[in-house]
Design a protein. Structure first.
Length: 304
């Protein structure tokens, strides 16, 4: 049996990826290698250590007691090693490898993809992948380097940088208002056809701040519900009712008159745009570079 000093450091990197993600396929996705290579290197590490590190079933890969102990000891050291290697690079060194970004569907198309295109042009040796979707991605399991999220972060375990803020507006189409009437107070919204975004924690309860410190909390009744921000906007544009949309989504609709902002003297709590990183992982130089670039791009685009 080989001595521990003869263990390939890359085997420990692969082992840590399996422990972090809970599977060989997920670890392979994160590392950008074939699942068979991951399985082979874990088996080699187990042989050299003379112990089983994972219990394998058809559905799960679970660390054994020895595996948990090894992961607890080596994971922080691997993070420090990555940080040390990353930091010795000169600031002008080319960014290499891959950068995987996830973002909400509509926001990703209009406010992330253009920035990534410009960033990729500046760093031709870097492979870039953008995943869009309205579900919350598993950053560790899917090998995501950075997630762009909107709203309010409720998971305290996440590491995040706030990129900017955005307003929320009660909106409706001119066609709908022509038949239903334009509300003059927040309370009058409750009598209108409400369209609820079910992904929100409280899609039917909204608090408006008004003149002279006034505050009104209104409970709505939804006639139509959807889990997609894009579908919500389409429903409001078609005159199906009233709802709350973020300023990113409705900026051009308000400018063109396709939508009308209701109760402009009343405001709703502002949301935030965040760059979120996987827990426990060193934030690499390529991720830091994109966050800095993206903050500047948002400010330039007037979306921060």
């Amino acid at each position: 049996m080989a001595l521990p000093g003869h263990i390939d450091l890359n085997d420990l990197v692969v082992f840590a990826a399996v422990a972090d993600t809970g599977g060989f396929s997920k670890a392979a996705l994160r590392l950008g290698v074939a699942p068979a290579k991951v399985s082979l290197e874990v088996a080699r590490l187990e042989t050299r250590l003379g112990t089983t590190l994972f219990t394998r079933t058809t559905r799960r890969v679970v660390p054994t007691e020895a595996g948990r102990a090894l992961h607890e000891e080596c994971a922080p050291l691997l993070l420090q090693l990555r940080a040390a290697i990353d930091d010795v690079h000169a600031s002008a060194a080319a960014l290499t490898g891959s950068l995987r970004v996830t973002a909400p569907t509509d926001f990703g198309a209009h406010f992330v993809a253009p920035a990534l295109a410009r960033f990729a042009a500046l760093h031709p040796a870097l492979a870039v992948e953008l995943q869009t979707g309205d579900r919350i991605a598993d950053l560790v399991g899917e090998g995501i380097d950075i997630a762009i999220r909107m709203g309010w972060l409720r998971d305290s375990s996440l590491r995040a940088v706030k990129l900017g803020g955005f307003g929320q507006y009660a909106v409706a189409s001119p066609r709908y208002l022509a038949q239903a009437g334009t509300p003059g107070t927040p309370e009058e919204l409750a009598a209108l056809d409400w369209i609820a975004l079910t992904r929100l924690p409280a899609p039917l309860k909204w608090t408006f701040a008004g003149p002279a410190g006034a505050s009104r909390t209104v409970q709505m009744r939804a006639r139509i519900r959807t889990d997609s921000a894009g579908a919500l906007r389409a429903l409001v544009l078609e005159g199906a009712g009233v709802s709350i949309l973020d300023e990113y989504s409705v900026r051009h609709d308000l400018a063109s008159g396709a939508l009308i902002r209701l109760l402009p003297e009343w405001t709703l709590p502002a949301g935030g745009t965040y760059a979120v990183f996987p827990p426990g992982r060193h934030v690499s130089r390529k991720v830091r570079a994109f966050v800095e670039f993206y903050q500047a791009w948002l400010a330039e685009a007037g979306a921060g």
